[in-house]
Ligand binder design. Structure first.
Ligand code: URP
Ligand code: ZN
Ligand code: ZN
Ligand code: ZN
Length: 461
C-alpha cells in the first residue's frame, strides 16, 4: 500500500509508551506504525526528533466578550495560528452565554466565528443564566448534539452562579451526559477584600493577587466538589493554582468523586510578585486565580509528577497591554479591579512544560503527552480520533525538536496580543513541524496551509 506521508526515523511517544518507529499516513489517518512503509508521496525525516500526538489545548478563550469596551486580542485566525506554531492541532474555546442571551444563538455565533480556523476545534458551553428556557430546552438540545462540557463560574460579578444555579445546571448536565467544569473562587470573599483594598488606596495590579487569596480558591474548590458529589456528576476543576485546592481534590477523589484536575503554565513559572512590577507592568500577569509563590509552584509541580493533575492547559485569554482597549486603559489605571483577567499563552504551553518538566527530569515523555494531549481527548470525548498515535487515529502529529534552545519573546510569537507574560523565559525544545490530519500546517517556521481546521465530532471514532 502506498502512503501520502511517512514520518521516518523519529522516536514516537504516546501517553503509555516511547519507541522508535516510522509512521505511515493515508487520507488524513494513521494507517501504519513500524515495518516496511513501501511507497510514499512524501517522507519527512524525523531523525533525532520526537514524534508526538498534536497538542490539544482544552482551555482557551477566543473572541469571547469580556465586558464593556474590552476586546479580546485574538480571533480564531490569530489564536489558532499561534496554537499551531505552538505544536497544537486541536483547541477547545468557550462559547459564552451572556445573561439574558440565548445559548443556542451564542453557539451559532461561535461556530460562525470559528470558520477558517487553522487547527481543529471543539467547544465548551459557559452558562451564566440558568433560566428554565436554558436548562429545560437549549442546554439539553446542545448536549444531545455533542456539546458535552459545560463551564460555570463561582466568581466574576457578570458570570457567577450561586450554589442553587450550579446544582440545577449540574443536574441537567448529568441527566444528558455532559461534564461540568467549575471556576472555583469565592466571589463574596473577593468582593469584600477588593472593596477594602480600594478603600485604603491599594489599587495597583498587585492587589489583584492579594484580594484573590488561596483561601478563596480552596473554599470554592471544596464547595464545587461537594455539589458535584451530591449531584453525582463528573467534574473538571479548572486552573488549579495551589496546594490547598490540590488537597481538597485528593480528599474528594478518595471519597469517590469523579474529578479531572487541570493546572496551567502560569502556576508553574509565574508568581504574585510579578504583579508588582513597575509602571503598571504588573497588569501583564493579571489572571484568575492569580499566580502564587514558589511554595505553591512546587505544590503544582508535585501534582503533575504524582498524577493528581490530568490536564495541562494554557487558559489562553489574551488582552492587549498598550492600546485603549487593553489592560492599561484609563479605567484600568483607576484600579486593579478594571484590568481584564487573563493572559496569553497558547503558543508557549508545550515548550514551557517540555523544558521545565521533561528536560529537568520532573516528568517523563509519556506523561508530557498525557498532560498535553491524550487526557484532553479522553476527557472531552475526542479519543481515540484525537490525542494519540495509533492506527485509525487522525494523523495529528507534532515533530518536536528536543535540542533547540529559545528565549521566549513576544516578537517571535503569533497571537494578536502585544506582549507575553513569559518574555525572556528560556526553554529547551520547540515544535518543528505540525501536521493536521496528514497535512503539514507548520513547517520550517512557516504556516503552509490556511484555515483547514474543522470541528471535531465529540464521540469516539
Ligand atoms: O483570568 C482568567 N483565567 N481569565 C480567563 C477566564 C477564566 O476564568 O478562565
Ligand atoms: Zn476560569
Ligand atoms: Zn479560562
Ligand atoms: Zn502577538
Amino acid at each position: 500500500m502506498s502512503h501520502d506521508l511517512v514520518i521516518a526515523n523519529g522516536t514516537v511517544a504516546t501517553a503509555s509508551d516511547e519507541f522508535d518507529a516510522d509512521i505511515g499516513i493515508r487520507d488524513g489517518r494513521i494507517v501504519q506504525i513500524g515495518g516496511d512503509m513501501g511507497n510514499a508521496t512524501r517522507v519527512i525525516d524525523a531523525t533525532g526528533r520526537y514524534v508526538l500526538p498534536g497538542g490539544i489545548d482544552s482551555h482557551v478563550h477566543i473572541s469571547q466578550p469580556s465586558g464593556p469596551g474590552i476586546v479580546m486580542a485574538d480571533d480564531f485566525d490569530s489564536a489558532t495560528r499561534a496554537a499551531a506554531f505552538g505544536g497544537n492541532t486541536t483547541v477547545m474555546p468557550f462559547c459564552l452565554q451572556e445573561r439574558g442571551q440565548s445559548l443556542t444563538a451564542a453557539f451559532r455565533d461561535y461556530r460562525e466565528k470559528a470558520e477558517g480556523a487553522h487547527v481543529d476545534f471543539g467547544f465548551h458551553m459557559i452558562i451564566t443564566d440558568p433560566t428554565p428556557q436554558i436548562l429545560g430546552q437549549e442546554l439539553p438540545a446542545l448536549i444531545e448534539e455533542g456539546q458535552r462540557s459545560v463551564k460555570v463560574f463561582m466568581t466574576y460579578e457578570a458570570m457567577r452562579m450561586d450554589d442553587a444555579g450550579i446544582l440545577a445546571t449540574m443536574d441537567v448536565a448529568r441527566r444528558h451526559g455532559a461534564r461540568i467544569m467549575v471556576h472555583c473562587e469565592n466571589e463574596d470573599v473577593i468582593a469584600f477584600l477588593a472593596a477594602r483594598a480600594e478603600d485604603t488606596g491599594d489599587i495597583a495590579p498587585r492587589a489583584h493577587a492579594t484580594t484573590r487569596p488561596v483561601a478563596a480558591e480552596r473554599e470554592a474548590t471544596h464547595r464545587a466538589l461537594t455539589l458535584a458529589e451530591v449531584v453525582d456528576i463528573p467534574i473538571v476543576i479548572v486552573h488549579v493554582s495551589n496546594g490547598a485546592a490540590i488537597d481538597e481534590i485528593a480528599r474528594a477523589r478518595a471519597r469517590g468523586v469523579n474529578i479531572t484536575a487541570e493546572t496551567c503554565p502560569q502556576y508553574l513559572v509565574l508568581e504574585a510578585e510579578d504583579l508588582s512590577r513597575d509602571n503598571w507592568e504588573g497588569a501583564k500577569f493579571v489572571c484568575s486565580p492569580p499566580p502564587r509563590d514558589t511554595v505553591e509552584q512546587q505544590n503544582c509541580w508535585r501534582g503533575l509528577e504524582t498524577g493528581l493533575f490530568d490536564l495541562f492547559s494554557s487558559d489562553h485569554c489574551p488582552f492587549r497591554y498598550e492600546d485603549e482597549q487593553g489592560k492599561r486603559n484609563p479605567a484600568g489605571l483607576r484600579s486593579f479591579r478594571h484590568i481584564p483577567n487573563g493572559i496569553p499563552g497558547i503558543e508557549t504551553r508545550l515548550p514551557i512544560l517540555f523544558s521545565e518538566g521533561v528536560m529537568k527530569g520532573r516528568i517523563d515523555l509519556p506523561r508530557f503527552v498525557a498532560l498535553t494531549s491524550t487526557n484532553h481527548a479522553r476527557t472531552y470525548d475526542m479519543y481515540p480520533r484525537k490525542g494519540t498515535i495509533a492506527v485509525g487515529s487522525d494523523a495529528d502529529i507534532t515533530i518536536w525538536d528536543p535540542h533547540v534552545r529559545k528565549t521566549i519573546q513576544h516578537a517571535g510569537l503569533h497571537d494578536a496580543a502585544d506582549y507575553s507574560p513569559y518574555e525572556g523565559f528560556e526553554v529547551t525544545g520547540w515544535p518543528e513541524t505540525v501536521i493536521l490530519r496528514g497535512v503539514p500546517v507548520v513547517e520550517a517556521g512557516q504556516m503552509t496551509t490556511s484555515g483547514i481546521g474543522a470541528e471535531v465530532p465529540r464521540t469516539a471514532r
